[in-house]
Structure formats: structure tokens, C-alpha cells
Write a protein that binds this ligand. Structure first.
Ligand SMILES: Cc1cc2nc3c(=O)[nH]c(=O)nc-3n(C[C@H](O)[C@H](O)[C@H](O)COP(=O)(O)O)c2cc1C
Length: 360
């Protein structure tokens, strides 16, 4: 359960003891919270699930069991306000905008996990056990699939030499080398063509929709894998840059016709907390009854400001400074516009045709 305790600054000094490492029940404090904590607007939040053992009554009486009601009664008696972290709080973390939706829903379960998603690019060296990987893959392939055609796959790169070759192609992304597990998610339109052959039937859908269906299936499997891995405490980072080297990687991994990689994938135990990446507001993504992006410019400007307030991209991370100069205000939109001003993966259609796809 994820609790958020909210204290005013004056409460802090005498009622709460923020212990550096571990719990000291005899400290005479009303109860003890183990960091990490985050201080914001004069409030202190516990930013991760709090276990029973971490909550102590005065003088170290442990709260062995109890519900939110029991906790809140105790806390009220002790004179400190406490509120449970809610789904609305997680939505606010994600978009940086105030919201009422989800205010009465505790921040727990699947919804909380989904809202707390973050990519991880630093991993501990500890291996991911094979049986856990097997479980995660089973969860991943529980994803829905278009017409039940099941046009997806994953290739786990275990061979050290192959991994070294893949890492060498993308030296700007050292997390590929650090990750205990590296995989490639595949769109696989080959299997259903073989099934047609096995059943002595023609495959009459040799057109662009086959590419799209297989890519969507693979994307859903990718997402399911991420959810499963995060639920198990693992960290992930998809790697679309494998598509910059699609010919070499396909050859290395012996991908046959009608199979193509949608992305590489790093998996491991996160070495840090990572961070929530602020998204564009839902109003930009969601349309009602008709498509409407008339407020896009203003929404993007406001988003840039919110995002830069949370994390300002440092000058040395500005893209293509030689060409575009060093921007005074370098937010998300400037960064992304500079990124897509450079052609990438222009060879994809050629590659797919070579792999036997008809793109008409
Ligand atoms: C299909 C796909 C490909 C991605 N490719 C890369 C990549 O090549 N390198 C990388 O560091 N991150 C990659 N990412 C991670 C995105 O950069 C990340 O999802 C995005 O910045 C939002 O951050 P978040 O996932 O922490 O919310 C990819 C994500 C997706 C879904």
C-alpha cells in the first residue's frame, strides 16, 4: 500500500522523526518514517510503499496489523494529519496539472503501477533469474492480438559475442551493455503465412495491413512485458535505435523474411529510483466527437514551461547546436523538433520490401 503522509512544517519538528537508515522505535517520536522522502510545498511525502513494521506507535509500540482507519485514528490522536496517497496524486505527478479524478482512489494496484511507469537506464549487475524471465514472457504474450493471429515474437540475445556486436553499434547508449538481459521484440508475419501453407490455403493479405497488424501485436506484447517487469520490481528500456541498424541486426540474429524488429530491450534491476517523465496534458491526446488540435500551440508552450520547471535540459544536451545555435529557452518542443529535423531510418521501407513485405 502506498501511503502519503502530509505534515505541516511545524508538525515536522516535534512529531516526526525522519530516520536516515532504519527505524529507531525508542527515539521518543510519535512514529518513524524511513526515507526516501520528498519535501515539497512544505509537506513531506513518503514516496514508496510503507510496510507495517515501519509505522510505530509512541515509544516503539509496533502496529502489527490494522487498516487505514486504525492508522489514521492513531495519527489523529497523535495530532498529525495524514492522508493516503491517491490515484489523483499520481496523475498530478505524471502531468504536472491539478486534477480531481481519482482523488477518492487509493494509490495502489494496477492503476498505480501504470501511472508510476518510468524507463530505467541504470541497472545493478544482479542477474534476472531465468524462471522470472519465463513468467514475464508468459505475461507479455497474454496480450491481445489482432484476430488472434498472434503475430509477435521476442529474441533473447544470450550469446556474448552477439551482444558485444549489438552494443558496439550503439555506443551512445551504454545501458545496452549494462543491462543483464537484452532482447529484441519482433513483429512476426511469417508464422501465419506458414500456417496458411500448412493448411494448403493462399495467404491473401500480402499488403501493408500485414505489416501494421504485426507491429501493433508486437507493441502490445512489449507493453505487457514492461508492465509485468515493473510489477516484479525490474526496470526496462526499449531501444528503437536497433532499427537504425536493422540490416546488420537482422543478419546477426538471422531474422527470416516477414519478421522484423520493432525495438531492442534492456532489462535489469534498477540501480536508482528513475523519474516520472512529464507527459503532454490529456487534453492534447483526447478528442471528443471530432479531432481538434486548435489549442496545440498554447498547450505545448505551457507543457514546455511545466517540464522545464521540473527538469531543465542542460545546455550541453541541446541537439544540433552547430546548426540551430544554443537556445535560451530549450524545452521539450525545441528538443523534439530538432530531433525529427534529422532523417532517421529512411531505409526502413526498403528493408521491409527486402524481407518480402508488400507495402502497397
Ligand atoms: C518503442 C520505444 C522505443 C524506445 N527507444 C529508446 C531508445 O532507443 N533509447 C532510449 O534510451 N530510450 C528509448 N525509449 C524510451 C523512451 O525514451 C521513454 O519511454 C520516453 O522518454 C518516456 O519516458 P518514460 O518511459 O520514463 O516515461 C523507447 C521507448 C519506446 C516505447
Amino acid at each position: 500500500m502506498d501511503w502519503r503522509f502530509r505534515f505541516s512544517k511545524s508538525d515536522l519538528s516535534d512529531t516526526v522523526f525522519l530516520h536516515k537508515s532504519g527505524v529507531n522505535p525508542s527515539a521518543g517520536c510519535r512514529f518513524v518514517i524511513i526515507p526516501p522522502v520528498e519535501s515539497r510545498r512544505g509537506e513531506v511525502f513518503v514516496n514508496r510503499p510503507v510496510r507495517h513494521q515501519e509505522l510505530y506507535a509512541p515509544h516503539g509500540r509496533e502496529l502489527r496489523s490494522g487498516t487505514w482507519t486504525a492508522y489514521s485514528r492513531l495519527i489523529r490522536r497523535e495530532g498529525t494529519r495524514a492522508v493516503m496517497k491517491t490515484i489523483a496524486d499520481l496523475i498530478e505527478d505524471r502531468f504536472g496539472l491539478p486534477v480531481d479524478a481519482g482523488r477518492d482512489m487509493p494509490a495502489e494496484g494496477d492503476l498505480a503501477h501504470i501511472l508510476s511507469h518510468r524507463s530505467h537506464r541504470r541497472y545493478k549487475p544482479d542477474p534476472v533469474p531465468d524462471d522470472l524471465l519465463e513468467v514475464l514472457l508468459a505475461a507479455a504474450f497474454s496480450a491481445p492480438a489482432k484476430s488472434d493471429l498472434q503475430q509477435s515474437g521476442v529474441l533473447i540475445v544470450r550469446d556474448a559475442e552477439k551482444r558485444r556486436k549489438i552494443e558496439a553499434l550503439m555506443p551512445a547508449m551504454p545501458w545496452i551493455a549494462d543491462a543483464p538481459v537484452f532482447m529484441v521484440f519482433l513483429a512476426d508475419n511469417r508464422r501465419i503465412r506458414k500456417v496458411s501453407e500448412m493448411r494448403g490455403k493462399p495467404f491473401a493479405n500480402d499488403h501493408m495491413d500485414s505489416v501494421l497488424n504485426a507491429a501493433v501485436d508486437a507493441g502490445l506484447v512489449l507493453m505487457n512485458f514492461i508492465r509485468a517487469a515493473e510489477a516484479a520490481g525490474l526496470g526496462c528500456c526499449p531501444i528503437s535505435v536497433v532499427r537504425n541498424h536493422i540490416e546488420v541486426i537482422s543478419e546477426l540474429l538471422e531474422l527470416p523474411d516477414h519478421v522484423f524488429p520493432i525495438c531492442g530491450f534492456c532489462l535489469g534491476w534498477p540501480a536508482g529510483d528513475g523519474h516520472i517523465s512529464l507527459r503532454l496534458p490529456p487534453s492534447v491526446f483526447v478528442h471528443t466527437d471530432r479531432y481538434d488540435d486548435s489549442r496545440l500551440e498554447q498547450e505545448v508552450a505551457e507543457y514546455d514551461a511545466r517540464r522545464s520547471a521540473r527538469f531543465q535540459i542542460p545546455d550541453e544536451k541541446q541537439r544540433s547546436v552547430d546548426e540551430y545555435g544554443l537556445a535560451q529557452e530549450y524545452g521539450w518542443s525545441e528538443d523534439k523538433a530538432r530531433q525529427v529535423s534529422k532523417p532517421e531510418r529512411k531505409q526502413l521501407a526498403k528493408y521491409l520490401k527486402r524481407k518480402g513485405f508488400n507495402l502497397e
